[in-house]
Design a protein around this ligand. Structure first.
Ligand SMILES: Nc1nc2c(ncn2[C@@H]2O[C@H](COP(=O)(O)OP(=O)(O)OP(=O)(O)O)[C@@H](O)[C@H]2O)c(=O)[nH]1
Length: 343
């Protein structure tokens, strides 16, 4: 298993794979003279694991041009590709919100000051009115009162405009926050839930004790596909398969990228027979798809998927459910692939 692109990053490499990545990362850190700080290590680790294609492309382009990999460059790559620009987006939203609140408070104090000035003016006019019996003095008082009321009308008008602007700004920031929140839950390649979000959903279902089933899908011989047609085409196949899962997901059935070429679905309030039928349908549809290389119309041959199902039983934990689905998936692979099993 590999890393699923998400924020914060989630790594699922097995012990041996992670150790091998460590070895290769250290070699690269040494070759390009980048100190093994946590940031530099994360960048090299993601580079050698090959899971973060955008990061790999960016480093390869630099290396081809003999551009140095300086600490500034690794810091930039880390923020852009490992943290996926999230801290910057959150900080922008935060700063935007601070600005709106500061502006609103400033406008309110301005109106308060104008109101208090107007209040003072009107009180003075009130006192003068009581003893006023001169027509000219009365005219002056009237225009004074008019000026005061005009002032307060203007200030409250300005406040209204400013408050409308602030509300619009706050709505935009709220949308940005929603987008950031959504991005933190989404796998960027497939658009499905990422591993972190999937784990949360699975945990919630287990603690509620609802009836549900977990299906783990693993595309067959995916390495061979990548090796024969390239990683980009492999990505397209993953996206195509994800779209099949998406078409079977809804408000209650959840589809997610489990890790690497493994995808998962949670079928909620769905009995084993029904889950099995839907999973079979997905498997058949995928096997029947005649996928072609873009542009050349060259067929890439049949691509299939194996699946394993486990169904929630009392006292199951996310780990025990995943283990059973994984065993069922293993059986599907061992029995010849392109099939569904359950345990
Ligand atoms: N294109 C692409 N390949 C990926 C991605 N994530 C993992 N892979 C590749 O998926 C392959 C998985 O290979 P294996 O675990 O050996 O399994 P397999 O070749 O699918 O064979 P079986 O599972 O036994 O049928 C590896 O070559 C990974 O590099 C991805 O996001 N995109």
């Amino acid at each position: 298993m590999s890393k699923t692109l998400s924020f914060p990053p989630v790594y699922q490499h097995a012990f041996l794979q992670a150790s091998e990545n460590l070895r290769q990362s250290l070699l690269l850190a040494n070759r390009y003279q980048t100190p093994v700080t946590p940031v530099n290590y994360a960048v090299w680790y993601e580079y050698v694991s090959g899971d973060n294609q955008d990061l790999v492309n960016s480093i390869d382009t630099r290396l081809k041009k003999n551009d140095p990999i300086t600490p500034e460059v690794t810091q930039y790559l880390y923020e852009k590709y490992v943290l996926m620009g999230m801290p910057e987006r959150l900080s922008n939203t935060n700063n935007g919100l601070k600005l709106v609140v500061d502006n609103t408070l400033e406008n309110i104090s301005r109106v308060e000051a104008a109101a208090s000035e107007c209040n003072e003016g009107l009180t003075q006019s009130q006192v003068k009115l009581e003893s006023c019996n001169d027509i000219d003095e009365l005219k002056t008082l009237v225009s004074q009162i008019l000026t005061n009321t005009q002032q307060i009308t203007n200030s409250s008008g300005e406040l209204k405009t400013e408050l409308t602007r602030s509300t619009e700004e706050i709505m935009k920031l709220r949308q940005e926050l929603e987008a950031v929140k959504e991005m933190a839950r989404t796998d960027s390649l497939t658009g499905l839930l990422n591993r972190g979000a999937f784990d949360n959903e699975l945990q919630k279902l287990c603690s509620k004790g609802h009836a549900f089933s977990l299906v783990l899908f693993d595309i067959d011989k995916f390495k061979r596909l990548n090796d024969s047609f390239g990683h980009l085409l492999g990505d397209k196949v993953l996206q195509f398969f994800a779209s099949l899962l998406k078409s079977h997901s809804n408000d209650i059935h959840i589809a997610a990228r489990f890790g690497g070429e493994e995808l998962a679905m949670l079928f909620v309030h769905c009995r084993l027979e029904e889950t099995f039928m839907i999973t079979e349908k997905i498997r058949e549809k995928f096997a029947a798809s005649r996928l072609k290389k873009k542009g050349s119309h060259e067929s890439i041959g049949q691509v299939t998927v194996s699946a394993g199902i486990s169904t929630y039983q009392n006292n199951d934990t996310p780990i025990s459910l995943i283990e059973r689905a994984d065993q069922a998936l293993y059986r599907s692979k061992a029995d010849g692939r392109n099939q569904v099993n359950f345990i």
